[in-house]
Design a protein around this ligand. Sequence first.
Ligand code: SF4
Ligand code: SF4
Length: 460
Amino acid sequence: MTAPNILGSMKQDGSRLMIHTADVKGVWNRWRRTVFAVLLGVYVAGPFIPVGGHPMIQLDVQHRRFFLFGSTFNAQDFWLVLLLALSVAFALLLGTAWRGRVWCGWACPQTVFLEGLYRPVERFFEGPREARIRLENQPMSVSKFARRAAKYATFLVLSAAIAHTATALFVSPRELWLMINEGPRLHTEAFGLTLGFTAVLMFNFTWFREQFCVVLCPYGRLQSVLHDRDSVTVAYLEARGEPRGKIVKAPAAEAPKLGDCIDCKRCIAVCPTGIDIRNGLQMECLACTQCVDACDEMMDKVKRPRGLITFASQHQLVGQPSPVVRPRLLVYASLMTLCLVGLGVSLATRTPFEANIFRARGGMPYVVDGDVVRNPFEVHVFNKNPGPARFTLAFKGAPEDAQIIIGTPTLDLASLTDAHVPVSVSIPRKSLWKPVDLVLVVTDESSGTTREKTIRFLGK
Ligand code: SF4
Ligand code: SF4
């Protein structure tokens, strides 16, 4: 089949063709709705559910800290975020090379919000596909105005709610509530950003919709290099379906020899990007599986086997074998595993605080005072616990006659705050006949975790 040379969401004259997807039922649709319900919960409730005294997910950009499922990360943990981002990126590459744009059709917030929230609202106010198309082509009337006004008002409420959720992701729900109560005059920046994001969401979900996936999304644009001829995608079995044609009631001898495709165009009607999967694999296919359910429904009606639209690689479509294990998949899987193992080990060995010892700045590294040598140090402790914590400072490894003065041996630190503590260590010269390594021991009293840092004592 020859592929069409215009987008499914475009009219012949180049103007936009609004896509009104038909309702579809089926096993894939049920799975997809379940996934949407779960993801909507995660995307919307993430910043509002408290875990360990902080939101489950919060990107506190202003204070350069990040809360995730009760753990606190700060700027020093940037490499952990990098490992996480790389793991997600390689997982996405692996998923795409293996199963096509499944992320797009099943988990991307653009799809989850459009298909899980906005489209059902549109369906509620304007009816099924045929009614929506009729309404679009009708001149303005009281009924059309009322339906459109109710739909857009609900869209506005949804967009404002999502924009506020996004703001809560950066400032915490408590601060968001405070801002709302104090009004936009005191928080012009946050108010402006939330308003702007609401406008972007309105534009995106009322008009732009699938165009985001088709022409704007960089990941979408990369599909042609991420796929190969062994990637298993949603595919039409041309050999079985063609030549397509309506069912003709005629004696068997006179009936035209047709394939299984009855050319009902249901697969096009349900497609959120308006493509005809019968034209072969297209970049616009989001692997949403709506056409699989739609075609199975039609096959059931005409009592033909299901699976005319199914999952197959380009090689399988022409009867060639498609290896499951391929170099590309192995490389992506290895890189993803490497990043995940690195991340897991780092998280498992991560302590809930940072502790370091330095030579005191701006002075001599050591002072000889008669028979005694003195070293001034500075200890830095940073509390990464989600709540306040008490830390005790001690030293080991010093000779018995050493005198150690710690500015504040016990520190009470609020979450994500730090303290610098001056330390003076004096050791008689007679005890310095061999190098002395001092070991700073910092203990987090709440968890019992300790960190040790070694520093050499200078001078003889
Ligand atoms: S839904 Fe199935 S039978 Fe109908 S046009 Fe599409 S491929 Fe052909
Ligand atoms: S072709 Fe099928 S799987 Fe691809 S986007 Fe359209 S409906 Fe979804």
